[in-house]
Design a protein around this ligand. Sequence first.
Ligand code: CP
Ligand code: NVA
Length: 316
Amino acid sequence: MAVAKEASINLKGRDFVTLHDFTADEIYYLLETAESLKAKQKAGKPHPVLKGKTLGMIFTKSSTRTRVSFEVAMYQLGGSSLFLSERDIQLGRGETIADTARVLSRYLDGIMIRTYSNDDVLELAEYADIPVINGLTDLLHPCQVLADLLTIKEYKGSLSGLKLVYVGDGNNMAHSLMFGGAKMGMHVVIASPAGYQPSEQIVQQASEDALRYGGKIEICSDPLEAVKGADVLYTDVWASMGQEAEHAQRMRDFHGYQVNQEMVDLAHRDVIVMHCLPAHRGEEISAEVIDGPHSVVFDEAENRLHAQKAILALVM
Ligand code: CP
Ligand code: NVA
């Protein structure tokens, strides 16, 4: 991408709620910033670009990667972070999202939130005067996908034209992969059983993006057909946070959708296998595959840190 274009991109003050809100150039700029910050960190060069700034992190769901990577990201950028569990703040006792947003805006420089309803994140962003970052909702997981795009770019050299096949639940990961992949001109195929296919509205929006950026979105229900020639094979848990009661039913409904060696053998011989983690070996992915030579899952996990540092450094 031309340097002149980058120079005109300014993301200060922007919310990071969905990749659908960002242009392809803006996403490339985030990825290039992530690569540069990653190189600095590896070389031991300090980069305290957020010195004196504070990020509040609201969690109403569990997390290992998101919590730790955002906290470490702020520390490495010279700022600090506050972990705000729903159990501890007044939001959990009925204070409104709008009031919480207005109050936190008086203390903080940014808010990261992980919660159930994506509408709650949109409401927080509407009332906050500071950038709001979506750390996962039932609908979307854009920070994960930015880290995934960084990982794919590292392994494959570029993104445009690659075939990414997601096998499993048409959930938050499937949605954000469609949004991110479409903007990057990728061919994204989602293979999910009937009843578990992604949101039609998101498929529609991502398809329009794909058309514009030279990519393609396909929804199907035959994973063995879908996976043929895949450059990237992606999966996620069959029962997401909040769906624990449906676990047994979902195990039956997702029979035949496990990412295993048979599937890997049908993909491109250089396929990379991805999973946002946490994983359930023996359910959505076999131990042989997630712990095998095609798996890049721990690079993805590491890249959460670098990708989020780019988001924080550019929006805060
Ligand atoms: N992938 C991901 O978001 O992990 P956590 O739930 O541990 O944050
Ligand atoms: N789909 C999963 C992703 C976890 C990072 C969930 O929402 O639980």
